[in-house]
Design a protein around this ligand. Structure first.
Ligand SMILES: NC(=O)c1ccc[n+]([C@@H]2O[C@H](COP(=O)([O-])OP(=O)(O)OC[C@H]3O[C@@H](n4cnc5c(N)ncnc54)[C@H](O)[C@@H]3O)[C@@H](O)[C@H]2O)c1
Length: 365
């Protein structure tokens, strides 16, 4: 199997906890030739721990001519760095959200098509064995309407689940770069929402919607495809105190069915709960995801049916495979073997476009 020379741009939490250790643990597939981050402390920390060369900018890293790059910077840098990487002929794995604004997604799409390189988006939950098993279960069901999908996430964020990891949080990123990142985000969010949104709407769109619910919107799209249905028009949405949470309501097509989704932060509670339920008249399926940072901890999948009062609950556990590792293997296979890309630019563009529609609804509610 071809070993790919990989560089990583942006070395904060997700790179230190997942992508760098996971790439290093797959030496037959990847050789990490360098990482880039504006924080000198992070660079020294990672080179010290791993021996991997570190650079202050993406451009310096790109000068080392990797075959492929992982983009794990703050969201507002994704589009420009992806386009630069593609222009230099590198394959790309980018963290979600792809970007905020559909115009940026179109720019990425054009660059990908011109370069004829692989771009995979980091929706790792699509590789979750329990999620895949649920897709198979519902695809194999006899015809019969899906009545409802409910998604319910309570999220303390990462702190409780990464405290035991060797994570260095940068405090030395130059102030001008921090300010530039903030200005970029503001401009991109305004462009995505078609105007100058108020501060709460901007935070709600960038935070709960594009950072968190984007995972669930994407997962649900895959489930609906397996179930032979799709999302209808968004019906309603709300932000909860700006960036503390968000809720979405939409119809399913073609039947009169509904989907509700909510994500709420509980920042001072060391607790993570993410549940997706699919309700049919004769069966209820439920996925319960652990915090994504608890690697190899399986997502639970329950299938519930009953004969009269007798309820049968089947707990499926297909494997202990880790989604954050499986997505890297799939990226490698897409690049080296032409395997079909899972999590495409097109899907990610549809996700952010839908979230912008929901955000506009929330803004007027
Ligand atoms: N798949 C998931 O579940 C998941 C989880 C967490 C984060 N993410 C995504 O990963 C990305 C990074 O998130 P994080 O939590 O690691 O953030 P973070 O703030 O911890 O890290 C970002 C890093 O990027 C660096 N940086 C800033 N500007 C840069 C630039 N121009 N070039 C290179 N590096 C730059 C910062 O110094 C920092 O080290 C985000 O897009 C986020 O949405 C995905």
């Amino acid at each position: 199997m071809d070993q790919l020379r990989v560089g990583i741009v942006g070395c904060g939490l997700i790179t230190q906890v997942e992508h760098l250790p996971n790439l290093l643990a797959l030496p037959e597939l990847f050789k990490v030739i360098g990482v880039a981050d504006p924080s000198a402390k992070v660079r020294a920390h990672l080179t010290d721990r791993t021996g991997v060369a570190s650079y202050a900018t993406a451009d310096e890293l790109f000068g080392q001519k990797p075959d492929a790059v992982v983009v794990a910077t703050p969201d507002a840098y994704h589009a420009d760095i992806i386009v630069q990487a593609l222009a230099r002929g590198f394959h790309v794995f980018t963290e979600k959200p792809l970007c905020y604004d559909v115009a940026d997604a179109r720019r990425i799409l054009a660059a990908r098509n011109k370069a004829a390189r692989v771009v995979q988006v980091g929706y790792m939950k699509r590789f979750d064995p329990a999620y895949r098993a649920l897709c198979d279960l519902i695809a194999a069901r006899p015809a019969g309407p899906l009545l409802a999908v409910t998604v319910d996430v309570v999220d303390s964020d990462a702190w409780a689940y990464v405290a035991h990891r060797d994570l260095l949080t940068p405090d030395d990123v130059p102030a001008e770069l921090v300010a530039e990142g903030r200005a970029r985000r503001q401009a991109q969010v305004a462009a995505a929402l078609g105007g100058a949104p108020d501060a709460l709407v901007a935070r709600g769109f960038a935070g709960p919607f594009c950072s968190s619910l984007v995972h669930d919107i994407n997962l649900v799209q895959g489930l609906l495809e397996a179930a032979g249905t799709r999302l209808g028009a968004p019906v309603g949405a709300a932000f909860i105190a700006g960036d503390t949470g968000g809720a979405l309501l939409a119809k399913l097509e073609p039947q009169d069915a509904a989907i509700t989704m909510s994500w709420v932060a509980a920042p001072k509670v060391a607790y993570y709960s993410e549940r997706i339920s699919l309700v049919y008249a004769d069966a209820v399926y439920e996925l319960r995801f652990p915090s994504p940072y608890l690697n190899h901890q399986p997502t639970q999948l329950f299938e519930r049916r009953s004969s009269g009062h007798h309820l049968t609950e089947i707990a499926h556990r297909p494997s202990y495979a880790e989604p954050f590792i499986e997505e890297l293997k799939a990226w490698h296979a897409a690049i080296t073997e032409g395997a079909v890309v899972v999590n495409t630019v097109e899907q990610a563009m549809a996700d952010i476009s839908l979230l912008a529609q929901f955000a506009r609804l929330a803004a007027v509610a």
